[in-house]
Design a protein around this ligand. Structure first.
Ligand code: SF4
Length: 364
């Protein structure tokens, strides 16, 4: 298919990989991909096997399901246990373990928990069920948050009184900063997330190159996109000129999507937020603006949330910081599998543990 097949062309991929090998010869380099879709694409397309031994690619905190902490899941479960409430969630969140239960288990016990594809679907459920309070579990990054903002604005315009959002959205640039400030992971360059960048543009990442001297490349999701972005990272290192390069120009504009950003800024305001594995990161989350408080589940439901407990044997937190591989986890592949996940990184279709499990013949 013209304009699509080229992105998968084996010859182009091999040429790019050879160029990377030639230009990085004699240097050990570690790059972090900050997006779950990149993680999956890298594994699915065998990119780790194409790259030379001296280049390592680490997964970062780019899977929204994985970084959502137990506390948020516990709140959603507490709401699901209330009478005349319907909790709506993306499918991936259903089996993520909270402190003592999952949304899927709550549904099995009789709670009204529905899988939806978007916040708009949840608004539709609220419209069709005026006797129910419908609560959308609003996880996600800058990519999905404008749609959640739109669902709230839409509900306000329609005068809906039974639609609520449990706000749990997170912002990617502060998470990258937190990883860099932790100093625990050696990172020579970032493959920046294409989807998030479609919304926020290129500029919000400039601090990475300017303040930390680390090269960055915004990458698309096809194999040639990813290999080309890695090549540009290597070239930036060789030239000693770290920058934020947009290698996904067919989708990402310099300033992102103004309409989506305006929508997000009208409905949400920036706040500190807790991330699994990274703790509370300043200014890394979004809460609902006062003006839209009538739609804020945190202000409209009394939640009986138990004390948060994490599975002490699950290394998801370390995997998300790039300091451990799923293969370091004693539960990987035995106790923890996609059928019986012990942590979010095995549940999510974008989770690093799920990627390792599915594409087992991988090196660390
Ligand atoms: S293998 Fe399972 S338990 Fe281990 S880190 Fe991954 S999700 Fe957590």
């Amino acid at each position: 298919m013209k304009y699509i097949d080229e992105f998968y062309d084996r010859k182009i991929c091999v040429n790019l990989a050879e160029e990377i090998a030639k230009k990085s010869l004699g240097t050990e380099l570690t790059f972090m991909e900050v997006c779950g879709t990149h993680t999956m694409s890298i594994f699915r397309n065998g990119i780790k096997d194409l790259l030379p031994e001296n280049i390592s690619v680490l997964s970062g905190p780019g899977c929204p399901v994985c970084v959502t902490p137990n506390r948020t899941i516990d709140k959603a479960i507490a709401i699901a246990r209330l009478n005349e409430v319907c909790v709506c969630s993306f499918g991936d969140m259903m089996r993520v373990p909270g402190s003592s239960s999952t949304l899927a288990q709550e549904r099995g016990r009789g709670a009204d928990v529905k899988v939806v594809y978007s916040a708009t679907d949840a608004v539709g459920i609220a419209e069709r069920n005026p006797d129910k309070k419908v609560v959308f579990l609003g996880i996600g990054f800058e990519t999905t948050t404008p749609t959640v903002a739109s669902s709230i604005k839409d509900s306000a315009l329609k005068g809906l009184k039974n639609y609520f959002v449990l706000p749990a959205a997170k912002l990617i640039p502060p998470a990258i900063k937190a990883i860099l400030n932790s100093g625990k992971t050696k990172i020579d360059g970032f493959l920046l997330p294409g989807h998030v960048s479609v919304i926020i543009g290129r500029k919000p990442y400039e601090f990475i190159a300017e303040d930390y001297g680390i090269p960055c490349a915004i990458a698309g999701f096809e194999p040639t996109d990813i290999l080309y972005a890695i090549l540009r990272l290597v070239e930036q290192i060789n030239n000693g000129s770290p920058a934020v390069e947009n290698c996904y120009r067919r989708s990402v504009k310099e300033d992102g999507n103004k309409l989506a950003k305006d929508m997000m800024n009208e409905v949400f305001e920036v706040c500190d937020s807790e991330w699994r594995g990274l703790g509370v990161i300043p200014s890394s989350g979004l809460k609902i603006e006062k003006k839209y408080r009538a739609f804020d589940a945190l202000h409209n439901f009394k939640m009986d949330v138990e004390e948060t407990k994490e599975n002490p044997d699950c290394l998801c937190g370390d995997v998300l910081r790039g300091v451990a591989s799923p293969l370091d986890c004693a539960l990987f592949g035995g106790v923890c599998t996609p059928e019986n996940p012990a942590g979010p990184c095995m549940v999510s279709s974008e989770g690093t543990c799920a990627a390792y499990y599915k594409y087992a013949d991988v090196r660390r």
